[in-house]
Ligand binder design. Sequence first.
Ligand SMILES: [Zn+2]
Ligand SMILES: [Zn+2]
Ligand SMILES: [Zn+2]
Length: 273
Amino acid sequence: MTNQVHSLRILGSGSSTGIPVLGCDCKVCQSLEPKDRRLRTSLFLETASGKSLLVDTGPDLREQLLREKIRHIDHVIITHDHADHLHGIDELRPFTFNPELAPIEITCNTVTSERLRLGFDYLFSPPPSGAPIGGGRPRLKLNTMTSPANISIAGEAFEFFSNPHGSSETLGFIHGSFAYVIDCHDITPENLKKLKEAQLELLIIDCVQLEPHDTHLSFQRALDFIAQITPQKAGLIHMGHRLAHLQLEGLLQAQGLNSIFVCYDGQRLEYRT
Ligand SMILES: [Zn+2]
Ligand SMILES: [Zn+2]
Ligand SMILES: [Zn+2]
């Protein structure tokens, strides 16, 4: 491990509906605590060499990019094909307008790649010859991983893995001393071994609610995995509207879990490779 410092911004920390949930009068949705306002979960990484990577393109992407004043994206990772991680992909269009810049490469699994080609054919399919394209076709390049692999992105080594998410699978990754484990109801023994061996400085992990959930990690499941992986610091993310920020912080403090924190929108973190 060298001492290259990479920065990470939490673009959004909420579950599929975002918080507040439309039409919901619950305490968290009505909360005045700014950290209880959660856009759909997404990350932005800036590598020590100045490359910028977006992780997921959810429906709130426009608002997130404007809020964080992000003006350039070199690469995109899409963890899986659910709407809350994918449906803002149109917002990448302006980032590809400058013909002097390389097309934006999108790394994803086969299911996501097929979903993109079918559901967003206007972004990825060549137009019928001669037909004009309203707004122009963005220069996006799909990099489909048929199985999770160790690959180089923006000159950096990324180790991808796949965890079960209900009946589908979600990509996670390790970059240096950081790992991202999102949208999964379990971590396979093989991946758990990898995550333990990585001696992580920072883990960000799915935590949708207190009660058990069929397709996500609950609070207790997330804590159990953190205890096994033993990162220096761990952040909980993808919270639903039954979890208030201060309530979760209180639960962690009550158990003396000082190295675990609750992610919030706009939070800035760093890690090394
Ligand atoms: Zn999700
Ligand atoms: Zn609510
Ligand atoms: Zn999902």
